[in-house]
Design a protein around this ligand. Structure first.
Ligand code: NAP
Ligand code: GLV
Length: 306
């Protein structure tokens, strides 16, 4: 079996060594123009040329959870697309989101500023009941995040495409229930895949439905948010703040208003990183399964877009 590796932004050698160790019977090599046809691809943001020159791939394994960039490319219809299915990402995402929610709820940013100024002062404790948190997307990452938030006794709501049941989470689904879901929430966490249906979903109208003093945490994709609408809602005071890990253009351009906005916390797309060892182990298991004709979790439905 031949495997070709084509991942932008990753040092190839450790991946190649890991894949060779996990699949000793396979011929694993770094893709380059003109490389021979492989059976399987391990990819992140490959160029279109990769797929044009590899029309016979049986499957490609994405080294991330989101496949929005991959689905913009022309990929042969018979090539199965498989996303990373957790592989250590959901616990990172739960840490990141719980940290952001708790930091805002407990006003730790303001406490840090006070103590840096040598001030020993207290703020009135806030009511958890007044901080319902909504999670958009209840998939591999969203469900783990919603469950983790519920552990801290926040009222938690979740919204997905199809109906879901999660202990401790009030679940909503479908476009018909979206606005009612949003009206319940003070904090909104975005963990949707980027699809034509979800692009620009977080606009003046939808974010305007959050409770006054609302807070946005976007850890999905930058194009879910209409940047100018978010800034307007922060400046009008309807939203109290935002924590943003993902942006329309990455790295976030130096002149972008998000960098210096006093109500925005920016992180550099780091909320849930691809963990190499876990990912290699998962991809190797799945290549073996696909090669022997079995189905695998994380297979992307191209019509659905995720
Ligand atoms: P997933 O398992 O595919 O789950 C997607 C969830 O979104 C599902 O619950 C799905 O509903 C729901 N959904 C999709 N389209 C919808 C729509 N039109 N209306 C309502 N609900 C919709 O994805 P995941 O693994 O949790 O990852 C989510 C996203 O996180 C990825 O696509 C990626 O963009 C982003 N991500 C970011 C980072 C980072 O470091 N910032 C890291 C990893 C991933 P159903 O349950 O009904 O299908
Ligand atoms: C990262 O953003 C991913 O989709 O894995």
């Amino acid at each position: 079996m031949r495997i070709t590796f084509c991942c932008a932004d990753s040092k190839p050698e450790p991946w190649l060594e890991g894949l060779r160790a996990a699949l000793p019977q396979a011929d694993v090599s770094l893709w380059q123009a003109g490389a021979p046809q492989a059976d399987y691809g391990v990819v992140w943001s490959p160029p279109q040329q990769f797929f044009d020159e590899q029309p016979g791939l049986k499957a490609v394994f994405n080294t991330g959870a989101g496949v929005d960039a991959l689905l913009k490319l022309r990929v042969a219809a018979h090539t199965q697309i498989v996303r990373l299915d957790d592989a250590g990402m959901s616990v990172q995402m739960a840490e990141y989101v719980c940290h952001a929610v708790i930091r805002h709820f407990r006003e730790f940013g303001a406490y840090e500023a006070d103590t840096r100024a040598g001030q020993w002062s207290f703020r009135k404790p806030r009511s958890r009941a007044d901080f319902p948190v909504g999670v958009l997307g209840l998939g591999v990452l969203g469900e783990r995040v919603a469950r983790s938030l519920a552990q801290f006794d926040f009222p938690v709501h979740g919204w997905s495409q199809s109906a879901r049941q999660i202990a401790g989470v009030r679940c909503w689904h479908g476009t018909d229930q979206r606005d009612d879901f949003l009206r319940q929430c003070k904090v909104l966490v975005c963990l949707l895949p980027l699809t034509p249906q979800t692009e620009n979903l977080l606009s003046q109208r939808t974010l305007g439905l959050l409770r006054p003093g609302g807070y946005l945490i976007n850890v999905a994709r930058g194009a879910h948010v209409v940047d100018a609408d978010l800034l307007a809602l922060l400046d009008s005071g309807h939203l109290a703040g935002a924590t943003l890990d993902v942006f329309r253009q990455e790295p976030l351009p130096a002149a972008h208003a998000f960098w210096k906005h006093p109500k925005i916390t920016v992180t550099p797309h780091t909320s849930a990183r691809t963990l190499r060892d876990e990912s290699i182990a998962q991809i190797a298991r799945k290549i073996t399964a696909v090669h022997s004709g079995q189905s695998v979790a994380g297979t992307v439905d191209r019509d659905r877009g995720y």
